[in-house]
Design a protein around this ligand. Structure first.
Ligand SMILES: [Zn+2]
Ligand SMILES: [Zn+2]
Ligand SMILES: [Zn+2]
Length: 400
């Protein structure tokens, strides 16, 4: 690790050394504006990663009909930014439309309000990219039984799991507990403890195993039949998610574990390593690639892998920079900048966009939007049709 230390210059922020516009040769990579006071960096870094996720970008391109919330429609705002990424000649684009849609959608909950920094990239994914996209496509607020082939959320991001305690000694087991996960959270403290325990035997291709070990630390229970054994939890993956998101939980905002965490990251992830058992045959075989990372420590930025050029890119609001083709290039940059990784995105390189065969054929304006126009404040939170009226009789056709 000595070569790492040579590059480490504590206290020196990276921000000043950027040269905006130094690498604009790559088509389709653009910066996103963050004017003083806007505090949109969390949103910008999340959008950049979403745009670089080939499966997500192509899926969204396929879809146009949706349940629309008008001015506060996250689906429309995301589509609009994505089409500007594709078509605009500007090097830096505004992300206001999405910022406004978020502020409008979460107005009642005091989240994502304009000018306020939020805790955020993670929240953005959870609340909007996942819950939001599902609602805009399926309009059914129950997210556990979604079988829509066009729902990006459930078709691509969801991990269907169950967990159970099984005693190796007497065979007794607890009732299986099924659940759906969109982010697989791991404590960085537990992760570093496992790295220490492996005493240098940790290999980059064992990252899944490392995460599993960190995740089951302390998860011991006594045997359900009281045989006296303490047993570990067993997590079983039932489907084959093409995008897997790992979320890091940090004990403090300025952790001294940052470097150790960066060095432990593996650019590949095997689902068989990550979970105790994988039942889907494709999931057993596939190896996912690290393609995006969101960082935070007061300011949000992101790295994402640009498939067409086979290069890692760094995104920090208006600044877009080419980093290099190897994972090591990214790791070094993280170490130098003391970046605390928050979310890791792994994708199946053979993943495909969602099918749109059962997607909404047209765009339907939702009651919430109409109610707002009429000044009626009594309509509930997401006013999607199924919440108020399962079969809207006069869907308002609307083209974006
Ligand atoms: Zn819309
Ligand atoms: Zn869904
Ligand atoms: Zn037992």
């Amino acid at each position: 690790k000595t070569w790492v230390k040579m590059f480490k210059k504590p206290g020196k922020g990276l921000k000043k050394s950027y040269q905006p516009g130094s690498m604009m040769s790559l088509a389709l990579t653009k910066g996103l504006m963050n004017e003083p006071g806007q505090n949109s960096c969390f949103l910008n870094s999340a959008v950049q990663v979403l745009w670089q996720l080939d499966i997500f970008r192509r899926s969204l391109r396929h879809l146009s009909g949706h349940f629309c919330l008008g001015d506060s429609c996250i689906f429309c705002a995301l589509k609009s930014i994505f089409s500007q990424f594709q078509q605009s000649r500007e090097r830096v684009l505004p992300s206001d439309s999405l910022r406004n849609a978020l502020a409008e959608t979460f107005k009642d909950e005091q989240r994502f309000q304009l000018g306020l920094m939020d805790d955020a990239a993670e929240c953005f994914f959870r609340r909007t990219s996942w819950r939001g996209i599902h609602l805009h496509i399926v309009s059914d607020p129950s997210t556990d039984t979604c079988s829509s082939k066009s729902c990006i959320t459930h078709q691509k991001f969801a991990m269907m799991l169950y967990e159970q305690f099984v005693c190796r000694c007497c065979g007794a087991s607890s009732d299986p507990h099924p659940f759906t996960e969109f982010v697989h959270y791991v404590s960085t403290t537990a992760l570093c403890q496992q790295v220490d325990r492996m005493l240098g035997k940790n290999r980059p291709d064992m990252f899944g195993e490392l995460l599993q070990a960190a995740n089951s630390t302390g998860d011991l229970r006594s045997c359900p039949s009281d045989c006296g054994q303490s047993i570990k939890i067993r997590r079983v993956l039932l489907n084959c998610p093409e995008i897997v998101t790992i979320g890091f939980v940090w004990d403090s905002e300025q952790s001294d574990l940052t470097d150790d965490v960066i060095w432990s990251l593996g650019p590949r992830l095997n689902l068989c390593g990550l979970f105790n058992c994988v039942s889907d045959e494709n999931a057993k075989r596939c190896e996912l690639h690290l393609v995006g990372i969101c960082f935070s420590s007061k300011h949000y930025s992101a790295f994402a892998y640009h498939t067409k050029s086979s290069k890692w890119m760094f995104f920090d609001d208006a600044t877009v920079k080419e980093i290099g083709s190897k994972w090591k290039d990214v790791a070094l940059k993280c170490i130098r900048g003391h970046f605390q990784p928050l979310l890791l995105f792994y994708t199946n390189p053979e993943g495909s966009p969602v099918s749109n065969e059962d997607a909404p054929r047209q765009t339907t304006m939702c009651p919430r939007y109409k109610a707002q126009v009429n000044g009626d404040a009594t309509v509930c939170y997401y006013g999607f049709p199924s919440l108020l009226n399962p079969h809207p009789s006069s869907p308002n056709s609307w083209k974006s």
